[in-house]
Design a protein around this ligand. Structure first.
Ligand SMILES: Nc1ncnc2c1ncn2[C@@H]1O[C@H](COP(=O)(O)OP(=O)(O)OP(=O)(O)O)[C@@H](O)[C@H]1O
Length: 364
């Protein structure tokens, strides 16, 4: 793994995810998730299988129409869900009906009706605006995604040249010489050679295939790369090479990376900040070092306890902490939300936990 360098990520926000909800019928795959990614930083998004990491990434690149919330890229809203506006309309209608049923009449009822209609008109306006923004596709080529085995789903009869150039062709590039030049440039950038352009994906090893996947993304000159478990299928030694490559490109191209992984040890050295997801919720978010030094949420502690260390003495004593939400939290009355416990360190917690975490941080 690369040495952790403190890359100066700017304070400029490149990506802002605001109250993102992505529901698949009853399944709240992503439920009210908010975070920002600064220009130039690597933001690690971790959590175990099924916690909603992939869905978050896909929602950002608009593979889904999000249920609710907003996604901003360079200040422009590129994805918007209409759910929360619809829920507000329902709430206003229900409140009015309840008032009417309770026997309220005359001026009071008239006022309530007026209020209800105002809420409905405003929310309908928001729905229209969200739908207009959702249709806009402008920012999307500035964001590219890298998958676990990025060329697995591609037609095996396509050459590496065609695979890498596909995005350029779709974007309207017709000049074959220019396309070839770009393909050779990015092949070299990712540690391959121009002779590879005429070959087929099956001729390459897993690590090389991932390099082709990276080339396919960077050829579009993106500002943001969403790397979804890009090294999970690779041997540990190859994992380090691919991470080093991404780290190198990040410096050379000034890239910003949203790095999705299920394993905290993979993101530790590479990420400036880390967000931990559990069952559709972001449960903790902090600077990478801070998260490892002062993990607060019991789920983060459980993930950390699963990381093996190359120290036999520690390994003998290491105990995997299991996270059992019902044992850890009582959210029946005191409800949780995502709160800032220390500057830049956020935890999903209720009032009682918030007070306890604050105390804990004081002792650190
Ligand atoms: N298109 C879909 N339709 C219905 N349910 C979906 C869809 N995509 C994901 N889900 C469900 O949403 C939840 C979150 O899935 P997601 O793939 O985002 O999690 P993940 O943390 O990335 O997991 P993995 O590491 O296994 O990809 C899961 O319960 C999954 O079954």
């Amino acid at each position: 793994m690369p040495e952790k360098k403190n890359v100066a990520s700017s304070q400029e926000t490149l990506l802002k995810v605001e109250h993102l909800c992505q529901y698949f019928k009853e399944n709240k795959a992503v439920d009210d998730v908010s975070f920002e990614v600064k220009k130039g930083e690597v933001f690690g998004l971790v959590g175990e299988s099924g916690c909603g990491k992939t869905t978050t990434g896909r929602s950002i690149i608009k593979l889904y129409n999000i249920t609710s919330g907003n996604v901003y890229f360079k200040g422009e809203r590129i994805a918007a869900g209409t759910g929360s506006y619809k829920w507000e309309i329902e709430k206003a209608k229900k409140a009015y009906t309840a008032l009417k049923k309770s026997g309220v009449s005359g001026e009071k009822l008239k006022d309530a009706k007026k209020k209800r209609d105002e809420v409905i008109a405003e929310q309908k306006k928001q729905i229209r605006l969200a739908q207009e923004d959702q249709k806009r596709r402008r920012a999307v080529t500035d964001i590219q995604m890298i998958f676990q085995d990025p060329i697995a789903s591609i037609d095996p009869r396509m050459t590496v040249r065609q695979i890498i150039a596909e995005g350029l062709v779709i974007r309207g590039e017709k000049d074959q010489k220019k396309i070839d030049e770009e393909v050779y440039r990015v092949l070299e950038l990712v540690g391959l050679v121009r002779e590879h352009a005429g070959r087929y994906p099956h001729e390459f090893s897993g690590g090389q295939r991932q390099r082709i996947g990276v080339a396919r993304a960077v050829v579009m000159n993106p500002e943001l790369i969403i790397a979804d478990e890009p090294v999970s299928a690779l041997d540990v030694s190859i994992q380090a090479q691919v991470i080093n490559l991404l780290d190198d490109l990040r410096h050379k191209m000034g890239l910003t990376i949203l790095f999705i992984a299920h394993d905290l040890s993979v993101v530790k050295y590479f990420s400036d900040r880390i967000g931990v997801m559990y069952y559709g919720k972001m449960v903790e978010l902090a600077d990478s070092d801070e998260l490892f030094k002062h993990p607060l949420h019991p789920y983060t502690r459980s993930l950390l306890s699963a990381i093996p260390l190359p120290d036999p003495h520690y390994e003998k004593q290491r105990q995997r902490i299991t996270y059992v939400p019902l044992k850890e939290h009582d959210y029946t009355v005191d409800k949780p939300s995502f709160r800032e416990v220390a500057p830049g360190h956020f935890v999903h917690c209720n009032d009682a936990e918030f007070a306890r975490y604050k105390e804990q941080m004081k002792g650190n």
